[in-house]
Write a protein that binds this ligand. Structure first.
Ligand SMILES: Cc1ncc(COP(=O)(O)O)c(C=O)c1O
Length: 683
């Protein structure tokens, strides 16, 4: 063991030993137990280890039952915001409460508001790891309850993290320089809470590196001025956490357009950087994504890495929050091509490696460049092995850290890499199965290259239609998916999520989607038709009204025949009001009728059209005053729903009015039309 060298180190060493086995400061076991027992006696509701054992067992039972019967619950809750406020008091209880009462409230009040991420019908976002081995690992970590901010604060916590990160890094296929325990390596891995934190931390490290360089070049320039020159880059498809990181880091971010496969290309990045350099800006950071959130697209890391070589000191980060886990499969390692150019890389085992949140693994090529951006070293955190051991507090934002490596260690050991490979492959197979379902239905289209467990699809049609489909499905609680925008189109994401998902789950999901789509499309068709009909009805009615009103107020205007009435021996050929949308229907009339005779065509038309004969022929006999002539109006309707009234804008083009001897009239063969036949009593 390394001996403490300074007084400070000696002091810290003594503090450390105070808690170790042989320390004289350690109280005897009996005293401790006695004090504890008395305390519990005075606080009967507080859980002692005996009660913990009992309730712990019950809790394990509760969790097992919850997970085993999950499919009987709605996948998403049907509650409104604020639902819980009405069920839970607004202040914490002053007196301790019974454990059983608390657990009853879990079932009655909490569960109704839970979205069940482990539900077999949950296909939203990305998976949330939840293997039993991981739950136990977390339980143990919580039970130990150490806060491993430094090696000394809990050596096993730090050392296990380093080892497990090397294990996983090797399994993923990261280059040796990312591994902490590889001879000659300057890199290493660390567990962060989230991918967002990984991106932020890498940006902060890149910023520190860039500022250091700029300050060396421009020693008399204000640091804040130099900061204002820094610019970072990412694709439009990158996760929003990159934007957030730039906000926090106080740097500019240029969001670039990816190609048609949602992949950011090398030239796009370098051209943007060249442009910005000409503007006096300093490119310092590029965040690429392997497996984008929206459509699981892959930026062209190799191209980008090569292009970045042309620039001085630009940090290349790779965010593979979801997809990175899959690289443990040899057949998927090609998706990692170009990783040798990267300065940092992150993936979330808490997404797709069965490990519970939080567990976001992050590796850097050069740990000094990372820690020099984040190191603050107050005396109270120093320890005698500062130089010899890793202190993870310098690798991220928080000081305090949970013992997260335990759960990852449990998972890696229990499944083995081969077990995890099988799990990943199974999800990919299921996604491919879903893709096949979509491809077979010509009403749908696939919107991404399905490489892993995410399928993006949509109904052919507009965004609104797809929004309606998704919200109907989600509202039903039968299935849960979320949307994304790919190539500026609204798409629906379907992810294989459930740990033990099987073919039946995928088939069920597809059948549910098809049912909703059928219903929606039928309704859309019906709505469309109803809209057309209603629009037409409204038009027609408006015209009829106008026509009627004008006709009543001055029939002569609308019936020139009144003025041109001929002899009874006339030959009458009247063309109906012109079809169209004119508000002034025109009647073309040729008649030699007596001036005193009149024919109120519009009234006849209206009379006819108002008779709702449900598609039957409608015969209207009219005998005209002063004219010994009968007119029979015969209409046959297209169908019961469609209007066929012989109104001014009726689709019927013309009406033939013939003077003829009285005889049975012959309906026009023209469907939906109307024919008028005049019969004269004068043969
Ligand atoms: C590619 C990518 N990066 C970052 C994130 C953010 O992850 P976290 O919630 O761990 O911050 C996600 C989340 O899905 C992601 O898909």
């Amino acid at each position: 063991m390394v001996k403490p060298q300074t007084n400070d180190q000696l002091l810290l060493r003594q503090q450390f030993e105070r808690y170790s086995e042989n320390s004289p400061f350690r109280r005897s076991e009996n005293t401790v137990q006695k004090t504890r027992r008395t305390w519990y006696k005075n606080h009967p509701r507080i859980m002692d280890s005996q009660a913990f054992r009992k309730h712990g067992t019950e809790m394990v039972e509760y969790i097992c039952k919850y997970l085993d019967t999950l499919k009987d619950r709605r996948v998403t809750p049907s509650v409104e915001p604020g639902y819980l406020r009405h069920l839970i008091p607004s202040e914490a209880p002053f007196e301790p409460e019974e454990w059983s009462k608390i657990m009853q409230d879990v079932e009655d009040k909490i569960m109704p508001g839970v979205t069940h991420w482990q539900h077999p019908r949950f296909h939203a976002y990305f998976p949330a790891g939840n293997a039993f081995e991981s739950i136990l690992g977390d339980m143990l970590g919580d039970g130990i309850g150490c806060i491993g901010f430094s090696w000394a604060a809990s050596p096993a916590c730090t050392e296990l993290e380093t080892i497990v990160l090397d294990w996983l890094g090797k399994a993923i296929g990261l280059p040796d320089h990312f591994l902490a325990l590889k001879e000659g390596s300057t890199g290493g891995g660390v567990i962060q809470s989230s991918a967002s934190e990984c991106v932020l931390v890498s940006m902060l490290a890149a910023r520190a590196q860039a500022l250091k360089r700029l300050m060396a070049q421009h020693p008399f320039t204000e640091e804040s001025h130099l900061l204002s020159k820094l610019i970072a880059y990412c694709s439009k498809e990158a996760h929003s956490c990159v934007e957030k990181a730039a906000m926090i880091s106080f740097v500019k971010l240029r969001i670039l357009e990816p190609d048609e496969n949602a992949s950011l290309r090398g030239r796009t990045v370098s051209e943007a950087m060249e442009e910005d350099e000409l503007q006096g800006l300093v490119p310092f950071f590029v965040s690429t994504t392997l497996g984008t959130t929206g459509s699981c697209a892959f930026d062209n890391l190799e191209e980008i890495g090569k292009e970045l070589k042309k620039f001085q000191c630009v940090w290349l980060h790779v965010d593979a929050a979801y997809a990175g886990n899959s690289f443990i499969c040899p057949e998927l390692k090609s998706l990692l091509t170009g990783i040798e150019y990267a300065d940092s890389f992150n993936t979330n085992p808490n997404k797709w490696l069965l490990t519970n949140f939080d567990c976001s693994t992050f590796w850097v090529r050069d740990r000094i460049r990372l820690t020099s951006a984040l190191v603050v070293d107050p005396l109270y955190l120093k320890h005698c092995y500062d130089d010899a051991a890793i202190d993870y507090r310098h690798w991220g934002v928080p000081l305090s850290r949970r013992f997260r490596s335990l759960k990852l260690w449990f998972v890696l050991r229990s499944y083995g890499i081969s077990g995890l490979q099988n799990y990943i492959r199974r999800h990919i197979e299921l996604a491919k199965r879903f893709e096949q379902h979509v491809l077979k239905d010509k009403r749908f289209e696939i919107c991404n290259q399905v490489k892993l467990g995410l399928v993006c699809f949509r109904l052919k049609g507009n965004d609104k239609l797809n929004e309606k489909l998704l919200s109907a499905i989600n509202e039903s609680g039968k299935l849960h998916m979320v949307p994304a925008s790919v190539n500026d189109k609204y798409i629906i994401r379907f992810c294989a999520v459930a740990q033990n998902a099987c073919e039946d789950d995928i088939d069920y999901a597809w059948e549910t989607i098809v049912d909703f789509a059928n219903e929606l499309l039928e309704k859309e068709q019906h709505d469309e038709l109803t809209e057309i009909i209603n629009r037409k009805k409204e038009d027609t009615l408006a015209k009829k009204r106008s026509f009627f009103v004008r006709m009543v107020s001055d029939p002569k205007i609308y019936n020139p025949a009144i003025n041109k009435a001929g002899t009874p021996n006339m030959s009458l050929d009247v063309t109906s009001p012109v079809v169209g949308h004119s508000s002034n229907p025109i009647i073309r009339t040729q008649t030699s009728m007596d001036r005193n005779s009149w024919i109120s065509w519009p009234l006849a038309f209206l009379f006819n059209s108002n008779s709702d004969d449900g598609g039957q022929k409608s015969n209207v006999s009219l005998r005209f005053r002063h004219l010994d002539t009968n007119v029979r109006a015969i209409s046959s309707r297209r169908n019961s729903g469609a209007t066929s009234s012989p109104s001014p804008d009726n689709e019927l083009g013309s009406i033939n009015l013939k003077k003829s001897p009285i005889k049975p009239t012959t309906p026009s063969p023209r469907k939906g039309g109307l024919s008028l036949t005049t019969t004269s009593n004068h043969s």
